[in-house]
Structures are given as C-alpha cells and as structure tokens.
Design a protein around this ligand. Structure first.
Ligand SMILES: Cc1cc2nc3c(=O)[nH]c(=O)nc-3n(C[C@H](O)[C@H](O)[C@H](O)COP(=O)(O)OP(=O)(O)OC[C@H]3O[C@@H](n4cnc5c(N)ncnc54)[C@H](O)[C@@H]3O)c2cc1C
Length: 292
C-alpha cells in the first residue's frame, strides 16, 4: 500500500488547499450513494478528503472501510478522523497501527463528542480525556503521522472562555499537531479574529476554515445549536425566505458559502474545508464558482 503524502507537505507548496469531509453511511444504500458522490467529486480533484469517526457502535468500523474505499477506488488522499470516545490507550494504539498499515499518514485527532444520551464526556477506562493526549499518543506510535486538530473560532461549548480554549488548542499544537481545521462558522470576521488570537498565542500552524453550505434551515439550526456557531441574521432571513423550497434554500446556502470562501482566500486563508454532508452538488457548485 503506497503511503499517503503528509498534508503538511501540501501546505509547504503555499497554495490554497481544498478538502472535503464525508461521514460513513449507515447502510449499503448509503455506501452506493457515497460512491456516486465520490465519483462526481473526483473531477474537482480535492487535495484531500476526510472521513468522520462516529460516537460508537458499528459506524466506527465503517470509517476504516470508507477511508480504504476512497483511497483505493477513487485515489483520494484520505484523512480518517479518530476520537478518544470509548477507547482505552491500548485500543487507540492498535487503531493507530491499523491506520498506518493501511497507508494513511494523516489523521484528524479529536477527543470526540459524548455518545448520544450521555450528559458529558467521560474517558474510557485507561482512556484519554483530551485531544492533546491523543495527538501525543499517535505521534509516539508513529512519528510520521501528520495530525490535524479541531479549532473553535466561536469557542468550544464546554470551555469557560475563549482564552482558556486557546490555551488548550496550544496544548494540541505543542503535542505535535500539524494543522488546525475549524468548526463551521458563517461570519468570516469570527475566523479572522480567531487566527489573530492564535498568532498572539504563538500558534502559527495553518488554520483551515471549515465551511458548511446550508442544506436546510431546520438542519442548520440543530447543528449550530450543538456547535455554538452563530447564524448571522441576514443568512437566517434568506433561509427563511426560501421557505419549503429545498432547491432555493440550497442555493442560498451555496451562495453564502461561496461568498465566504472568496473572502477567505482573498485574505490569505490556507485553503478551505467543506462539510459536504455526503452531497456532491454543493461542492461541485463551489468549485465551479471559484474557477478562475
Ligand atoms: C474539524 C472537526 C472535525 C470533527 N470530527 C469529528 C468526528 O469525526 N467525530 C466526532 O465524534 N466529533 C468530531 N468533531 C467534534 C469534536 O469531537 C467535538 O467538538 C468535541 O467536543 C471536542 O473535540 P476536540 O478534539 O476539539 O477536544 P479537545 O481539544 O480535547 O477539547 C475539548 C474541551 O476540553 C478543553 N480542553 C482541551 N484540552 C484540555 C486540557 N488538557 N485540560 C483541560 N481542558 C482541556 C477544551 O477547551 C474544550 O472545551 C469534530 C470537530 C471539528 C472541529
């Protein structure tokens, strides 16, 4: 299995990177549809794609399955996500070994959200409590892993304040992370202020802005509630004006995301990461809108 190039080498080329995020589907029909999405997205040649890691159950094995499929059948550079949820250190070491043996050299290292129904995060027996510990474990297991970590321009919901959250981000950087991908946000000013604060803390790694083209008002209200991302009133009004017409709402979402990305790239963002929700249409429309 040919090992992937570390994403840090792509950053060294000093051109904006485009990455897309998939989640593992629940069933075979979902996998067939994801294959169609992946096939359509090959045309826009993303620099890398990532595959989320579920909170528990069978979905976890599917991250490995989908990552292997996207690498082998579609030729993408794939970054599987990995979380601490429910895993002992020994299990995480085994998973790290499997990922490495599969030829993957890039991992998004996360603490993870508590499983549905749980009130807060609790580490597994002999498990890890914070993502910086996972970064350290993975680097100790395989020094050639290139690790991404999550950043929160609007603060992680559990952090008492933004300064403490930045201190904790710095721990992940110091443990060996190579880049930061942000939680979704809809107002670029939030990102610019975050990057400034990172610099003030001595965090100089690339900060990839995470962009989600809205697909439905209900869905984005749920997601923003969970992530504490702020939905600007103008965007909310436009989405409400789209009413029940799914196509109109999707167009509003793509238009907003396109404007965001143009602004970010004009202001020297190191690229952009699209939360595509396994849909090709918005990613293709964004790529077309950005073609120069
Ligand atoms: C780009 C991206 C991709 C994601 N993909 C997934 C996924 O695939 N699967 C999934 O389940 N979730 C995913 N998430 C969600 C993520 O798991 C949650 O936001 C989770 O609640 C925090 O994960 P983290 O890695 O940022 O945690 P951490 O960096 O560990 O932070 C969690 C909280 O603890 C605090 N903290 C961190 N370190 C310390 C420390 N050493 N001491 C004290 N406090 C500390 C932080 O301030 C924060 O409030 C993703 C998030 C992002 C931004």
């Amino acid at each position: 299995m040919t090992p992937d190039r570390p994403i840090s080498e792509l950053f060294a080329q000093r051109r904006p990177l485009r990455s897309l995020e998939f989640f593992p589907p629940r069933d075979d029909a979902g996998i067939a549809s994801l294959r169609a999405t992946a096939g359509a997205l090959r045309r826009i040649n993303p620099d890398f794609v990532s595959v989320t890691y579920g909170a528990g159950g069978g979905a976890r094995g599917r991250t490995a399955q989908i990552s292997a499929m996207l690498k082998t059948d579609f030729g993408f550079t794939v970054m599987p996500h990995l979380t601490c949820v429910g895993h002992s250190r020994a299990e995480l070491n085994t998973l790290a070994g499997e990922i490495h043996a599969g030829g993957f050299r890039n991992i998004m290292a996360l603490r993870g959200d508590p499983p549905r129904g749980a009130t807060g995060f609790a580490p597994a027996p002999d498990g890890l409590r914070y993502a910086n510990e996972l970064v350290a474990l993975l680097k100790a297991r395989h020094a050639d892993f290139c690790l991404g970590v999550g950043g929160y321009p609007e603060k992680h919901p559990e952090a008492p304040n933004a300064d403490v959250d930045l201190d904790n981000l710095k721990r992940k950087v110091d443990a060996g992370a190579s880049f930061i991908t942000t939680q979704l946000f809809f107002d670029n000013m939030v990102y610019y202020r975050f990057v400034e604060k990172c610099h003030a803390r001595g965090i100089t790694l690339p900060v990839i802005p995470g962009i989600m083209p809205v697909l439905s008002l209900k869905q984005i209200q749920r997601i923003t509630q969970m992530s504490a991302a702020h939905l600007p009133p103008v965007l909310l009004k436009r989405l409400e004006a789209g009413g029940d017409n799914a196509d109109t709402v999707e167009m509003v979402g793509i238009d907003w995301a396109l404007t965001q990305i143009r602004g970010l790239l004009a202001n020297n963002a190191p690229g952009y990461h699209v939360y595509i929700l396994n849909r090709a249409r918005s990613a293709l429309a964004l790529a077309a809108g950005l073609a120069a």
